[in-house]
Structure formats: C-alpha cells, structure tokens
Design a protein around this ligand. Structure first.
Ligand SMILES: Nc1ncnc2c1ncn2[C@@H]1O[C@H](COP(=O)(O)OP(=O)(O)O)[C@@H](O)[C@H]1O
Ligand SMILES: [Mg+2]
Length: 296
C-alpha cells in the first residue's frame, strides 16, 4: 500500500483567534498537494503543523497509519521543510549553510558534499556558494532554502511559499524539479499565486479564514467556472467605469480597444464571447461569487 498522510480535525488557535478550524484531508504518495488562499488564510499555520514544528490544539496527523507525535524524531527525519521565512547566520556562505543543515540532519560528510554539489546545480547556485548568503537576493535565498529542504532526499517535502521572489525562468525550473521529485514521494506546498500550481499540483486545497473551501484537482476546479468566463471588447473609458462593479481577471490592449476578461455567471454584454477558464479565473469566481463568511 502507498504511504499517505492523513490529517484529522486539525485546529489551531492563537489566543482566542482560530487560525485553522477543524481541517481534515489526505495526501497520497506520488502526489503534490497545494494549499492555496489569500494572505492570512492559515496556510503557514497548516504547513508548520504538517512539518511538526507547531502543535495543533486538537486533531492529529498520521503518516503511514502512525501518529507523528508517537513516531516523533522518526517523522521529522523524513521531512524536508522550507519555512516561509529563513534567517541566516551573519557570516555563513551558501556552502556553510548547506553543510550546517546537512550536519543537523545527521548526513554523512562525503554524501553531504555530493548532494550539496548536485543541488547547487539544480537550483542554479553553483557559482554563488562561496558568497555570504545574507547578501543573496530574495530569489537566491529562496533557492538556497529549496536546496536545503531537498538535501537528504526526504520522503516528505514541505515548502511554504517556495516561489516567492523567483523570476519567471526560476519558477519554471522550480516546477520541473518538484514534478520530477514528486514521483514516489509526498510534496506539500503553499502559495497565493494560482498559476504556480495549476499544472503541477495533483490536489489543491483552497482555504480562507482557516477553513477549507474546496479540495479538488485543477480539472475539477475548471469545471466549476465553465460558463462564467467572457471576453468583452470595450473602450478604455468604459473600462474605467465598468471595473468598479465587475470581476475582471485580465485586460489586453488590442486594435485600439481593450479586450477584457470578465468573470460573470451571466453574459455581461451582448458582444461578450465565452471562453475557457484558467485556474486563476476559477479562483476569482470562487472568492467573489461563492464567498465564505469569516467564522473566527
Ligand atoms: N503567532 C501568531 N500569533 C497570532 N496570530 C497569528 C500568529 N501566526 C499567524 N497568526 C494569524 O493567523 C492567521 C493565519 O496566518 P498564516 O497561517 O500565517 O496565514 P497564511 O500563511 O495563509 O498567510 C492570520 O490572520 C495571522 O495573522
Ligand atoms: Mg504564509
């Protein structure tokens, strides 16, 4: 049987504020599971509990049928974790940071050296390892963090906003690394950027106010907004007025007018032409047309 993660009734409060409210779901081996939602939705809180660095107030998590608090260190040894914020020791080079992380993971030295070289190449930092990582750009620090999470080939890879600060080419490379990696492993990641995960996540949990809105595949989401995305031509003046009362996912200047991508359950204009949704359209549709009231 495949290994899986089962989260049962996770709840986390900060004081009397409920950040995660009774969330349950499962993640199968060989899959990429994504948490998607606006800032403040509770993604980081979920990720920290899955990485076992934050205790839930109630609920439990099973890996391969066993409670991770009972297996403890054995679980954490299987997890590679990229936190949303990393702090680096002031004079560490990229190489120092990775070597130090490898030592904390108990990796044997020559294996650690081999993995550091390999991963530095994968994330495109091979020429920067001798520089101090505090001087790295945000994107380079993120890539260094991704290399750290992958160091000892973890069975479970947990990444909080892994693509924050990456440029478009780095994002493509990241997606390829993660897709290849997920073959016989479990990958969990969070993002608030819809297009990052549309084509790689096996399951996407949309969350808001600490609760699950939906857990679906991309294809299932696309079906939800199937008849709700329209292309409309209008003048720039008209758009300025129209946009205050409409859900607009994109605008392209075309032939002296604006081609506006509108999310609407009904045909918004006589000249509107229906078009196929992207996951980003669906996200806008769900958060505007099927709103969740704050419960906390
Ligand atoms: N340590 C904390 N103390 C109090 N409130 C917190 C703490 N951490 C997070 N929160 C609150 O919990 C909610 C969820 O935060 P977080 O899990 O970071 O969301 P996300 O990662 O989706 O942006 C937010 O409203 C945030 O302000
Ligand atoms: Mg977060």
């Amino acid at each position: 049987m495949n290994k899986m993660i089962e989260v049962e009734h996770f709840t986390k409060r900060y004081g009397d504020f409920t950040a995660v409210d009774d969330i349950s779901f499962t993640v199968d081996e060989g899959s990429i599971f994504a948490f998607l939602g606006p800032n403040g939705a509770g993604k980081t809180t979920m990720i920290k509990m899955m990485a076992d660095v934050l205790l839930p107030d109630s609920g439990q998590i099973l890996y391969d049928g066993r409670d991770i608090h009972i297996i403890g260190d054995e679980y954490r040894a299987k997890v590679g974790y990229l936190p949303q914020e990393i702090s680096f020791y002031s004079n560490f080079t990229g190489k120092d940071y990775l070597a130090y992380s490898a030592a904390l993971k108990g990796m044997e030295k020559s294996y650690a050296k081999q993995r550091i070289d390999e991963l530095a190449h994968h994330v495109g930092l091979q020429n920067d390892l001798k520089r101090q990582c505090r001087a790295y750009s945000g994107g380079m620090q993120r890539r260094l963090g991704i290399a750290q999470a992958l160091l000892d080939n973890p069975e479970i890879l947990i990444l909080d906003e892994p693509t924050a600060g990456l440029d478009p080419l780095e994002r493509v490379k990241f997606r390829n690394i993660i897709s290849a990696y997920s073959n016989d492993r479990l990958v969990l990641l969070s993002t608030h950027i819809v297009s990052e995960i549309e084509h790689i996540a096996s399951k996407i949990m949309m969350m808001e106010y600490g609760v699950i809105r939906y857990v679906n595949t991309s294809e299932e989401y696309i079906k939800m907004a199937k008849n709700c995305v329209w292309l409309v031509k209008m003048s720039a003046e008209k758009l300025v007025e129209y946009q205050n009362n409409a859900v607009i996912s994109n605008v392209i200047a075309k032939d002296g007018a604006m081609e506006v991508r509108v999310i609407d359950e009904e045909k918004p204009f006589a000249n509107a032409v229906q078009t196929a949704p992207t996951l980003e359209d669906v996200y806008l549709y769900i958060f505007h047309y099927l709103p969740q009231k704050a419960r906390r």
